[in-house]
Design a binder for this molecule. Structure first.
Ligand code: GN1
Ligand code: MG
Length: 355
């Protein structure tokens, strides 16, 4: 049993604790108590998230904003305060823990089992975006500085190349060239943000399908989870990251690249659900949707590559070259997007009815 759970007001006595495989950063446990109640207990990785107060502060601020909108109660998961009224438990050894009640009859999918699952995922993230339209974004802290600052990510990549601590650079010539050739295009969205062409929104920033809970039977979206990277950003970050992960025909770490490409039907379904749930998107945001998918995919591939060169310090790995495999799937997906660029733009126009 994880000692941290005793610092939260759970129903009954904790009797079972199972580690759940989810995410590359935090550690997650399912706790069952003597009454049968279930809780999710999470250990927050301080190497990645040094400022836990910023995370929990952001979450409380948006939770408070949503409290006044009755239909938006379920836009996102609610965490439970500790017995002494704090939003997380600090175990004194650098570990921070937080808890929420396991949502009954919920499932969390690693990939869509049918297109409707992805549609529901799109609705959940679109709804999150829409419900927080009007929230004063400047009140949110950046929980990870420059999280989707693509030029900064290229800076980190160059630093890793220069240092090359494990001599891995020689193995990744083609991937390095691939990333550098696309730097200008990858940074376009960031320049549009800086030029004020796209509005700053409250964004989730980690919109993988496994960050949405669906109802086990009805398969309707219940709420979004994993709120660590909620911060100011662009709506197309959320759109794009979901496409990167969920509209690929292969897993994020699929070693056989022939299995990886963009599934345009899933791209369409996601566009539909996202826009239906978030009709307040501006024309500029709609136009930038394909670029959001492109940027999130390239940036994520670049981050995997950087971490591989640095010795896998950031993303947890289960096998050798895991981060390199992940990088390669992202770059393969980028090639597929380049091949289908005009179709992606056409799908966005058709599904939003704009232009
Ligand atoms: C990380 O831990 P997880 O799986 O929720 C990462 C995301 C990446 C994702 C790639 C804080 O998310 O940015 O897109 O892996 N989260 C952080 O699967 O860096
Ligand atoms: Mg996450």
């Amino acid at each position: 049993m994880k000692e941290a759970i005793y610092h939260f007001p759970v129903e009954g006595t904790p009797v079972d604790c199972v580690k759940i495989k989810s995410g590359h950063i935090n550690k997650t446990y399912l706790i069952t108590t003597s009454t049968g109640a279930k809780y999710i207990l999470q250990w927050i990785n301080r190497y990645v998230f040094p400022n836990v107060d910023a995370i929990m502060g952001n979450v409380s601020a948006i939770r408070e904003f949503l409290r006044h909108k009755e239909q938006d109660q379920m836009a996102m998961i609610s965490y439970i305060d500790t017995l002494d009224g704090r939003s997380y438990y600090d175990d004194g050894t650098g570990g921070c823990w937080r808890t929420y009640r396991f949502v009954d009859d919920s499932v969390c999918l690693q990939r869509p089992e049918r297109p409707e699952d992805f549609y529901e995922c799109a609705r959940a993230f679109g709804h999150f975006q829409y419900a927080l339209n009007g929230f004063p974004v400047e009140r949110l802290e950046e929980t990870i500085q420059g999280f989707h600052d693509t030029p900064m990510r290229y800076g980190q990549f160059r630093r890793a190349m220069a240092e090359d601590p494990l001599g891995r650079l020689k193995e990744v010539g083609p991937e390095t060239a691939f990333a550098l050739e696309r730097e200008e295009r990858a940074c376009r969205l960031h320049r549009m943000r800086e030029a004020g062409l796209l509005p700053l929104r409250v964004t989730h920033n980690d919109t993988k399908i496994n960050n949405v809970l669906l109802h086990r039977e009805t398969r309707k979206a219940i709420c979004v989870i994993d709120l660590d990277t909620v911060m100011p950003g662009l709506s197309v970050f959320d759109f794009g990251d979901a496409i990167r992960f969920g509209a690929s025909t292969g897993d994020e770490d699929e070693p056989d690249l022939s299995k990886v490409s963009l599934d345009l039907d899933l791209f369409r379904i996601f566009t539909r659900g996202f826009y239906e749930a978030c009709p307040s998107l501006t024309q500029a945001e709609i136009d930038a949707m394909p670029m959001g998918a492109y940027t999130m995919t390239l940036e994520c591939g670049l981050r995997f590559l950087t971490d591989y060169i640095n010795g896998d310090k950031y993303f947890s790995i289960d096998r050798e070259k895991h981060n390199l495999d992940r990088c390669r799937t992202q770059f393969k997906l980028i090639r597929s997007m380049e091949e289908h660029w005009d179709e992606m733009a056409a799908v966005v126009r058709e599904e939003t009815g704009k232009k």
